[in-house]
Design a protein around this ligand. Sequence first.
Ligand SMILES: *Cc1c(COP(=O)(O)O)cnc(C)c1O
Length: 461
Amino acid sequence: MRYISTRGAAPVLNFGEAMMTGLARDGGLYVPETVPVMMREDIAALAGLPYEDIAYRVMRPFLGDIFSDAEFRSLLTKAYANFGHTARAPLVQLGPNHFLLELFHGPTLAFKDFAMQLIGQMMQAALAKTGERITIVGATSGDTGSAAMEAFRGLANVDLFILYPHGRVSDVQRRQMTTPSEANVHALAMDGDFDDCQARVKDMFNDFAFRDGVRLAGVNSINWARVLAQVVYYFSSALSLGAPYREVSFTVPTGNFGDIFAGYIARKMGLPIAQLVIATNQNDILDRALKSGDYTTNGVKPSISPSMDIQVSSNFERALFDAYGRDGAAVAALMAELKSGGFHISQGALQMLRQTFTSGRCSEDETSATIARTYTETGEILCPHSAVGVKVAAEHLGTTPMITLATAHPAKFPDAVQAAMGTRPGLPPRMADLFDRPERVTRVTNDLGALQALIRERIAR
Ligand SMILES: *Cc1c(COP(=O)(O)O)cnc(C)c1O
């Protein structure tokens, strides 16, 4: 399988290369040249299988010959061994025809573990074959960083540096990043906000001498391997509700558009998905864009669902690429316009996007009210992100079963949950000692040269 850039001007890569590269050199995102379609009977044959077996069959065609079949199976086994639920992604029912897909049973209690645990195993296995080492640098507003730390700690051929905005992540998120004791993972608390952290990481990728010198790789949500790993739970959950003989719909709390784009790929592969509903918080650029055709940024308003507080939804570029008939030059032109504030989506592209996705937004008050109401009505405690999904899903219920993705465990956002429903959600027993473990973190300033020097020095050891 070959991977091409959404901006049409970067080398064509295989799966392993696309995974190691992350962002394409033309600034675009890698997508498969063609998406393999599964026959209806092949989808039906997945019913009842363990999660890892479904993952094997869904992902295998995308990987090419990077791993043998047996190797890939063993990587999947290792990736999901540390989950706190044997179903990995269990479904619970919230109401008539409304189901919640609990994606928070991984080691850091957010859905990002599904992709990060696997990409850690896949990168290490690929590097071990050649003996090469890489340096991964990522910026985080909380969940990506903790998931990456947990996935890469102790891996022999990888150094991981995570930049997070000092003082602006929750205590649980910070401790998940600062308590791993392995020497190859480094938590860096930077002065500034998340956008500053992300900007410094982008600077490092654009400094080709540095990028090549330290063998820089990225694991943020634009990495194709992460999107691919997330396709699997669309299959596993739909199968539980009768797919491929019955259609299902999904509502996805969305920030960078990675998770919902995985649903779009599942549909392209042949999974019968009726509606794919984008749920945004008050940072509603995607909902506005779908309704008006204008993709215009107007500043991030911090919310109680912080992992969805974004200005520019990176993975949306992949959907635009398809909506513009896979015209890389057209996408590159839109992204250039975005630098000065926004762009207008052409009529044809907008039509395609509206046929593919539906959308809704959820205010801060509605998020809190949904947490309280869902607890009273069902006993389920939602994190604020999942609550955004549940509220928007409720506006799209019909005769097709609706699956809302629950993206984090409520204990990861205890203040917002307590404010909404009065009680403080507790951590699962397997992480109850998180607040007793020693922390290890380096304070850094918002200075590219200093950051690069620190990274060079640490990896030289
Ligand atoms: C990352 C994250 C999201 C948003 O996911 P995207 O793939 O960026 O759309 C939603 N909820 C939680 C808890 C997250 O960590």
